[in-house]
Design a protein around this ligand. Structure first.
Ligand code: NAP
Length: 266
C-alpha cells in the first residue's frame, strides 16, 4: 500500500511564522525573547542538540544564552545558578539537560517542573514536553484521526513514552503502554492503529510487528555507523498507512516545539 510520509519540516514550518510574530510582538514591548540552554559535560549528543536549538532559535530572532558546565560541576552550584535564572527577568525560558526539574514552571521549556507535569496529566493548560508535543502536532498536521483508535506506545520514559501516552489519551485514543517487561509485544503492536516507538533501539519495530495501514510515529534517534536511525525499520514503508521518517521526522518538529513553548505567552 502507499505509505504517507509524515515529514517534519512542513509541520515545523507551520509554526515558524507564528513564533516569529510572537518574538516581534515581545520586542515591540521591549522584551527580547531569550532562551538559556544549560549543558553539563561533553556528551556529544547533548552538544549536537544544543547547537541545533541555538541555530533554530537564532534563525527566528530568539536570543540564546549558552551555559556550559564541566561534568563534575557540583549539584549545589548548578541549582544556585538555575535559581538565579528563575529570577532573571531577561531570561524567558531555560532548557537544562541536568536538573530541569529545578527550572521554575513559567520558564520550564522542557516541561519537567512538577507543576507543569501535573497540569499536563490533569489536562490543564497547554504545557507538555517538546517531543510528545511534536508527535501530537505531526499527527494533527497530517489529519490522523485519534478518537477511539488503539494507540500503542512502546517506551515509558518520563520525557517521551508516558507523556505521549497521556496526550493520546486526552485525544480519546485507547492507549496501551509497552515497555521492556511487556510480554508478547508483537501481538499487541499488531492490534495497533497507531504506534509510537520510543525505545532507543535501532530498527526495533519491524514490518511483521505492524498491521497493514497502521500509523507509525518513530521517535527514536540512534547513531549507527555515523548515520541516524530510528526505532522503526524503514521497511514498514509499503505496509504502514503513514510513517514519520528518521531523520527528517519528529526530531525537526521537536526542536520547533521548544520555541513554541518559549514564546507561548508572547
Ligand atoms: P529511554 O528513557 O531509554 O526509554 C526507553 C523505553 O523503551 C523504556 O521505557 C524501556 O522500558 C523501553 N524498552 C527498552 N527495551 C524494550 C523492549 N525490548 N521492548 C519494549 N520496550 C523496551 O528513552 P527515551 O528518552 O524515552 O527515548 C527513546 C528514543 O527516543 C531514543 O532513541 C531517543 O534518542 C529518542 N528521543 C528522540 C527525541 C526527538 O526529539 N525525536 C527526543 C527524546 C528522545 P523500561 O522502562 O522497562 O526500561
Amino acid at each position: 500500500m502507499e505509505t504517507l510520509l509524515m515529514k517534519g519540516k512542513p509541520v515545523a514550518d507551520a509554526y515558524r511564522e507564528t513564533i516569529i510574530a510572537r518574538v516581534a510582538r515581545a520586542l515591540e514591548k521591549g522584551r527580547k525573547v531569550t532562551l538559556a540552554i544549560i549543558v553539563v559535560g561533553d556528551d556529544p549528543a547533548s552538544h549536537v542538540y544544543k547547537d541545533r536549538l541555538m541555530k533554530l532559535a537564532e534563525s527566528m530572532g530568539i536570543y540564546v544564552k549558552e551555559i556550559l558546565y564541566p561534568a563534575d560541576v557540583k549539584q549545589e552550584d548548578l541549582l544556585r545558578d538555575i535559581a538565579r535564572m528563575n529570577h532573571n527577568r531577561y531570561i524567558t525560558g531555560v532548557s537544562s539537560d541536568a536538573v530541569g526539574t529545578a527550572v521554575t514552571a513559567s520558564k520550564d521549556v522542557d516541561c519537567l517542573n512538577v507543576k507543569n507535569v501535573g497540569d499536563m496529566y490533569l489536562g490543564y493548560g497547554t504545557m507538555s514536553p517538546c517531543t510528545p508535543r511534536a508527535c501530537m502536532a505531526t499527527l494533527e498536521h497530517y489529519g490522523i484521526e485519534l478518537e477511539g483508535r488503539h494507540a500503542v506506545v512502546i517506551g515509558r520514559s518520563n520525557v517521551v513514552g508516558k507523556p505521549v501516552a497521556n496526550l493520546l489519551l486526552n485525544k480519546n485514543a485507547t492507549v496501551t503502554i509497552c515497555h521492556s517487561k511487556t510480554q508478547n509485544l508483537a501481538e499487541i503492536t499488531r492490534t495497533a492503529d497507531i504506534i509510537v516507538a520510543a525505545v532507543g533501539k535501532p530498527c526495533f519495530v519491524t514490518p511483521d510487528m505492524i498491521k497493514e495501514g497502521a500509523v507509525i510515529v518513530d521517535v527514536g534517534i540512534n547513531a549507527v555507523d555515523g548515520k541516524l536511525v530510528g526505532d522503526v525499520d524503514p521497511a514498514v514503508v509499503g505496509k504502514a498507512g503513514a510513517y514519520t521518517p528518521v531523520p527528517g521526522g519528529i526530531g525537526v518538529v521537536s526542536n520547533m516545539m521548544v520555541m513554541d513553548l518559549l514564546t507561548r505567552k508572547e
